[in-house]
Design a binder for this molecule. Sequence first.
Ligand code: S3P
Length: 172
Amino acid sequence: MKIILLGYMGSGKTTIGYQLAKKLYLDFTDLDEYIEKKEGKTILEIFTEKGEIYFRKIEHIYLKQFISENNSYVLSLGGGTPCYAGNIDMITRHTKIQSIYLQASITTLYERLCENSSKRPLIAKLTKEGLTEYIAKHVFERSLYYEKAKHRISINSKSIEAIVAEIRILLH
Ligand code: S3P
């Protein structure tokens, strides 16, 4: 089974992916962590030292590599992965990959990202006031790509267990 989770920063891709993989006895990979291991640098360091364009290039290369080298997995993407380099089309063209968009409201994302922005280069320097507007605009722009996923699940005020259960039903 090949499962890819996508959605905005703070939508729970890593947490849900890890728990889902455990339940399904599949290997779990987080694309950001995979990139960090391969490059020997944190995402923040890559952005700071080499810039976002470089990051998007290697993100595409590692995604392609991961998909071609693995047969059975749960993979969580970075929030921007579906929106660059034709990544979402590469994923949806692949008939055996189940792609799932974890959809969250602006309020949910704001609450989560407010406390947790320092390691995320795109929002690390924003004020709390700037953050809501940034998220709202950015989610709007990115939805076009997220919506291409085969499935969509709304995650607002649901527990991790409930979301994992919902995904399992969806995939049956
Ligand atoms: C990004 C999201 C991050 C990471 C990078 C860029 C984005 O992943 O890939 O900072 O463009 O939304 P998470 O969604 O796991 O935070």
